[in-house]
Design a binder for this molecule. Sequence first.
Ligand SMILES: Cc1cc2nc3c(=O)[nH]c(=O)nc-3n(C[C@H](O)[C@H](O)[C@H](O)COP(=O)(O)OP(=O)(O)OC[C@H]3O[C@@H](n4cnc5c(N)ncnc54)[C@H](O)[C@@H]3O)c2cc1C
Length: 91
Amino acid sequence: MPAEPFPSDCDVLVIGSGAAGLAAAVTAAWHGQKVILVEKDAVLGGATAWSGGWAWVPRNPLARRAGIIEDIEQPRTYLRHELGSHYDAER
Ligand SMILES: Cc1cc2nc3c(=O)[nH]c(=O)nc-3n(C[C@H](O)[C@H](O)[C@H](O)COP(=O)(O)OP(=O)(O)OC[C@H]3O[C@@H](n4cnc5c(N)ncnc54)[C@H](O)[C@@H]3O)c2cc1C
């Protein structure tokens, strides 16, 4: 049986099936765009599939309501460490 032709017509072509690609694909589809997502690996997910899945959003309202109080120096210390000379105290 001949293989079905691979669809090649789309509004949005997303390369990669990690969090960024899937978020872009789902958002574009939700807005009515015809989306094709391609992945070079045999399985979907990229590094995202290995990740711990934690998102640190310091001092956010939900955390505060849950009683998680973070000193502002904690995210500043993290950013200084990660950004090195690109750290911008004003931002
Ligand atoms: C062990 C581990 C734990 C982690 N834990 C956390 C955490 O707790 N919290 C956190 O915020 N972050 C964490 N991270 C980091 C986080 O996983 C990554 O920053 C995030 O997944 C990146 O998402 P992405 O969509 O940009 O890339 P990826 O998830 O890597 O997706 C990129 C995809 O694109 C595909 N691709 C690349 N080139 C091509 C091509 N030419 N054609 C087709 N497909 C292509 C790749 O195969 C891959 O599937 C962790 C990372 C690791 C490795």
